[in-house]
Design a protein around this ligand. Sequence first.
Ligand SMILES: C=C(O[C@@H]1C=C(C(=O)O)C=C[C@H]1O)C(=O)O
Length: 99
Amino acid sequence: MSSSTATSAAEATGARTDEAASLIGDARTRIDALDDRIIGLVQERMAVSSVIQEARMTSGGRRVNLSREMEILARYRDALGKPGTSLAMTLLELCRGRV
Ligand SMILES: C=C(O[C@@H]1C=C(C(=O)O)C=C[C@H]1O)C(=O)O
C-alpha cells in the first residue's frame, strides 16, 4: 500500500493490494446496484401477490394456495438447489405473511 487512501480501501475490503482493493470496490458497487434491483423486484412481487390474495379472499376463498406455493418452491429449488427452497419460503413469507 502506498497511499492512505489505498490503505483505507484495503481496510474496507480486506484486500492486500491496491489492485484487489480497486476491483473489490468496483464489484461491490455493482452488487449494491443489483441488490437495489432485487429489493425493488421483491417489493413489486409483494404488490402483485397482494392483488391475487385480495381477489381470492374477496371472492370468498383463502389467502393461501398451497399447491401454487409448492410449484414456486420447486421452481426455486430446481434453479438454485436447497438454498433456493429457503429463499422461496422467505419470499412467500414476505408476500403472504407467516402461515
Ligand atoms: C399469489 C398467490 O397467493 C398466495 C401467494 C403466493 C405467492 O406470493 O407467490 C402463492 C400462493 C398463495 O399462497 C397465488 O395464489 O398465486
